[in-house]
Design a protein around this ligand. Structure first.
Ligand code: UFG
Length: 328
């Protein structure tokens, strides 16, 4: 039985593919390679195409005995989603509906879905629990929340069981040093800080120093990408054993401010890393920290790479050896 990984050439998807292969799973990858990288896919049977295209989906499901799907195929930039909401609703919602229709046609009953902390919007409580209000403040979060709702009804009608994982800030790179983060353009904090350490940028711009936090900068919950992949694996095992549909947060439960992350990166890299203060970035909540108690209790998930030093160290190892990402 094979697992289909949609978006398997992206940052998180490629780490998932690596984890499944290490586990001895048969893996099929679908990616349109708009953002993903061919070199990031360390194995499996690879199809180039889009989840919005039923022809390629039918081909994949008819040529492989797929029993489960892990879906990472999405646009995921909060800022861009505000400017281009229809792009996000089309790719993230219509694309997943397409995928679910084909799963229904082929009787495939398990899906692990990549959701986001952005489904919560501006949190009322920290740490955020799964039952807290979900009031997204951008189309990206709205698109993921819409899919969570669609999944609920597909479970009731067709018996498709799902696990939706609401990630906080994915970071770090595989400890094998072969795969890591390579977004173009790069917008995420840790990669940009490390590009400064490498001398590829002059300074990191800190977006806002006037938040109601201990040092005035935003606080986030950084989770290692391999720990994320491990959580998907556990969720998949549970669904295959007949588990019901669930939603889980995925974070480390510990928040670090932008300034703290920069300071740790200075220690890890030994580089001065120049920082400049700028205006707030639109739509950034002050604090996002997860309660991951539910997934720890119910799936026995234990984050292995949970110190911020380790997360930055693995990312640094990737960037040092691949200063131009997958172009090297
Ligand atoms: N930041 C800076 N300077 C930069 C880049 C980021 O100060 O150059 C700050 C941001 O303002 C934010 C923090 O660093 O406070 C983290 O920013 P990222 O862009 O790395 O990550 P986000 O928290 O914005 O986004 C992440 C995921 C999204 C997801 C979101 C959930 O990348 O996909 O968490 O809230 F939707």
């Amino acid at each position: 039985m094979a697992v289909l990984v949609c978006g398997g050439a992206g940052y998180i998807g490629s780490h998932m593919v690596a984890a499944l292969i290490e586990k001895g799973e048969e893996v099929v990858v679908l990616d349109n390679f708009q953002k993903g990288h061919k070199k990031a896919v360390l194995g499996g049977r690879v199809y180039e195409g889009d989840i919005r295209d039923k022809v390629i989906l039918n081909k994949i499901f008819s040529e492989n005995s797929i029993d489960s799907v892990i879906d990472f195929a999405a646009d995921s930039l909060v800022g861009e989603s505000v400017l281009e909401p229809l792009k996000y609703f089309n790719n993230n919602i219509s694309g997943t509906i397409n995928l679910l229709e084909v799963m229904k046609d082929y009787g495939v009953k398990h899906i692990v879905f990549s959701s986001t902390a952005a489904t919560y919007g501006e949190p009322k409580n920290i740490p955020i629990k799964e039952e807290d209000d979900t009031i997204p403040t951008n189309p990206y979060g709205e698109s993921k929340l819409a899919v969570e709702k669609i999944l609920k009804w597909c479970d009731k009608a067709y018996g498709i069981k799902y696990t939706a994982l609401r990630y906080f800030n994915a970071a770090g790179a595989h400890i094998n040093g072969k795969i890591g983060e390579d977004h173009r353009p790069e917008t995420h904090l840790i990669p940009i800080i490390l590009q400064v350490a490498l001398g590829k940028r002059e300074a990191i711009t800190i977006f806002g120093e006037d938040y109601p936090t201990k040092d005035g900068t935003c606080i986030r919950d950084y989770i290692h990408v391999m720990d994320l992949a491990k959580a998907h694996s556990l969720a998949l095992d549970r669904l295959r054993k007949g588990g019901d549909s669930r939603i889980y947060n995925l974070g480390n439960g510990q928040g670090f401010s932008v300034k703290e992350v920069i300071e740790v990166a200075r220690k890890v890299t030994g580089e001065p890393i120049k920082a400049e203060i700028a205006e707030r970035r639109k739509g950034d909540p002050a604090v996002l920290v997860a309660s991951s108690k539910k997934i720890i209790d119910e799936l026995g998930w234990i984050p292995e790479f949970n110190s911020i030093e380790t997360i930055i160290n693995t990312a640094w190892n990737w960037y040092k050896n691949h200063p131009d990402g997958y172009n090297d």
